[in-house]
Design a protein around this ligand. Structure first.
Ligand code: NI
Length: 179
């Protein structure tokens, strides 16, 4: 397994649409393992293939990983498709490993049903609610080239992207000071 570099916005691959996987191969399983290791290392609770420069329609998530009391609950999702959404919405302050240190409230359906293949190529369909619902929708968005900031008003998005640019520049200058 390997920790892969995570692409930072704005990057064209983050705006691209991932392509459905035809065969669940050992190579794909290795990619999913690398994605999980990269996500845990970051640390984050979800990661989509676009974020590590791949355009396979796959994502990984583990919303239990922030709480040490809980055992890890990694989920590997191939070719996800949202098959149902609740009318009820929930708002959550989202962040993204590709938009470091920036956060904003995003409103999404509180519960979603998702159809996908697991790492053995078996069809699965399950409900996601709470933080998992937010996370799976955020990651499926990535596979469609959509970032959480795309759910904000133009004004809010521009402000946040400006803050990101400044944050990245400061981080680069700090690194130069050390070097
Ligand atoms: Ni993200």
């Amino acid at each position: 397994m390997a920790v892969l570099p995570i692409l930072i916005a704005p990057h064209p691959t983050l705006k691209a649409k991932a392509k459905p996987v035809k065969d669940v191969t050992d190579e794909l399983r290795a990619l999913l393992d690398d994605m999980l290791e990269t996500m845990y290392d970051a640390p984050g609770i979800g990661l989509a293939a676009n974020q590590i420069g791949s355009l396979h329609r796959v994502l990984v998530m583990d919303c239990g990983s922030r709480d040490d009391e809980e055992t890890p609950r990694p989920i590997k999702i191939i070719n996800p498709e949202i098959t149902g959404v609740s009318e009820e919405l929930s708002s959550y302050e989202e962040g993204c490993l590709s938009i470091p240190e920036q956060f904003a409230d995003v409103e999404r359906p509180a519960v979603v049903r998702v159809k996908y293949l697991d790492e053995n190529g078996q069809k699965q369909e399950r409900l996601f609610d709470g933080l998992e619902a937010t996370c799976v929708q955020h990651e499926i968005d990535h596979l469609d080239g959509v970032l959480f900031v795309d759910h904000l008003s133009n004004l809010k998005r521009n402000m946040l992207m400006k803050k990101l640019k400044k944050y990245l520049k400061d981080r680069e200058e700090d690194a130069a000071d050390v070097g």
